[in-house]
Design a protein around this ligand. Sequence first.
Ligand code: NAD
Ligand code: DAU
Length: 383
Amino acid sequence: LQQVRPAPHSTDFQNPRNFSMIIVTGGCGFIGANFILDWLRQSDEPIINVDKLTYAGNPATLASLQGDARYHFVQGDIGDSALFDRLLMQNPRAVINFAAESHVDRSIHGPADFIETNVSGTFRLLESVRAHWQGLDDAAKSAFRFLHVSTDEVYGTLTDTDPAFSETTPYAPNSPYSASKAASDHLVRAWHHTYGLPVLTTNCSNNYGPYQFPEKLIPLILLNAVAGKPLPIYGDGLNVRDWLYVTDHCSAIRRVLEAGKVGETYNIGGCNEKTNLDVVHTLCAMLDELKPRANGRYADQITFVKDRPGHDRRYAIDARKIERELGWKPAETFETGIRKTVQWYLDNADWVANVQTGAYREWVQTQYQEAPACASASAPASA
Ligand code: NAD
Ligand code: DAU
């Protein structure tokens, strides 16, 4: 671990011959780490990963890259202009911004970090990138890209009969998290329109897959289930999300980076609308098959708890633009992706134990004490 985690602010990577390389921010989180692993499986183009290592950043996810000359980690904040001024001297052809505070429930408990990283941090990063980009020669200027990874939550909520979110749906964010992401998207747009910075923005639906921090629905349910704990469902469990397997999100980002039109936004989704209750029942049925309980069924552990304040009812993505213009389509169905995910969490108890630190346990305590049980299917038996 030490070797993939050099001293904070290390900028020891040198690119004297101006080889093609990219900078990724937030690459120790769920999607960023999957993106880096995927990238280096398919390409030898080096990556510098700049991550602050908040509670959500886990360098152990990238431990397999230890000693790999194509991968360089720098612990740092996207808002640290001096750090980025130095890193950008390595001449990346692109910066991909995954770094963010990403959990809606945490944004309700404490919005300040969301404004600091998602809004002010993105602003400072854009300013560093703009200063660098303006100093490039014409060819390098037109080849450069700043790709901002964003969310469908900026569009707000849908009724059961509304059409899915398209790139022209007006922004109407409802949570501190989505408002902060919407603000960052607007800054990115403005840096293109005002300064000409060659930006691309992606707005993706709910991701699931390996290495997701277990504060989010799918890993939380899986880990609680096998630990014999209640499976907390907010409200009536009929909120709808549109689920996408994480490597499909990664392939969409690669495609947008490669062929996306500068200044455009692309919606990314899996065409997998499911109620939360459906998702949880699917997970329970899969666990019944792969790791049966000694007695009873995992669904017996389902517990309805107090709803999330301002809980968006439904998200759905219209991903026809990225399919039509860039030829991207997801490779996984919900059925194939969720089976891989369940199996991954069952097979990777060490990774799970590593992220379940004191800080994680404290969060679970705060969140679920404030969302008391409304009804329970039956008392859980030990698995
Ligand atoms: P995550 O919370 O798992 O990871 C975020 C990473 O960013 C962590 O490694 C963290 O240490 C790092 N980070 C936080 N603040 C930072 C800062 N100031 N400077 C540098 N690094 C910092 O998030 P995720 O689920 O991987 O999401 C990645 C991006 O994708 C986010 O921008 C999120 O809004 C967006 N997104 C997520 C989803 C989803 O379903 N998870 C869907 C669509 C879009
Ligand atoms: O839509 C994209 C977004 O998806 C991303 O931008 C966010 O970063 C990501 O966290 C995710 O947001 P959600 O709020 O949709 O994800 P979460 O996993 O927190 O919740 C999914 C649904 O499950 C939501 O309707 C709330 C519900 N839920 C969640 C938890 C943690 C429960 O019912 N019980 C729970 O314990």
